[in-house]
Design a protein around this ligand. Sequence first.
Ligand code: PEP
Length: 252
Amino acid sequence: MRAKIVAGNWKMNNDLEESKSLVKKVAKSIKKKSLNNTRVIVAPTFVSLDKVSKIAKETKVEVAAQNMHFEKNGAFTGEVSAEMLKSVGVKIVILGHSERREYFGETDALLAKKVDTALANKMEVIFCFGEVLEDRKSGKHFDVVESQIKNALFHLEAKAWKNIILAYEPVWAIGTGETASPEQAQEMHAFIRKIVAEKYTSEVAEDVSILYGGSVKPANAEEIFSKPDVDGGLIGGAALNKDDFKAIIDAI
Ligand code: PEP
């Protein structure tokens, strides 16, 4: 059975002390919970990964990186490799976030290489994709999402999908306070599961967790998570506040 997941993307927020403090608070808030099939993940900046990962090791919280380079090492100033992430105990990486695509020019082709490197290193990938507002307005959102998934993931073998988590994040809903309606999220998630089933098998499609991301807050989480193909959320702003993040975990 596919896992339910609440993942907090801290983006470029929280210095080391703030990160340590927040992961401790998140861990404390779920300490007594029986999480069953639910995973709680936080993604701090590179600077804090080592310490946060050490703290999280003793708790129910898992830790992800927000990005990674596809090469092992070398002259790539400012970059971090899969091996480096693993050396500090990090085995999950977010790839393809719309902010990486928009501000750092990450393309589907580049993301395909990063996905391959992460999987070759036995890491799990939280793969983000989603349409911009114009795509939705012009009715191209299904085509855009399909091509993003196809270009970066459909070269993978079926067995590789056990290490893939999908995150549908309509760009117009990220950090804007505007959320896709639960119906819009469900419609897209069902579409994604359908194209994965067509390319692979219904088993692969049924087993992959598909998260929704885009202004998820305590007030709307329960309704969005109640949809059958929404398996949790990738949370930005609300993940920075321990009470909001806890309320979102409660909602799932
Ligand atoms: C995100 O950046 O992945 C995100 C979903 O942000 P927010 O929740 O702030 O919209």
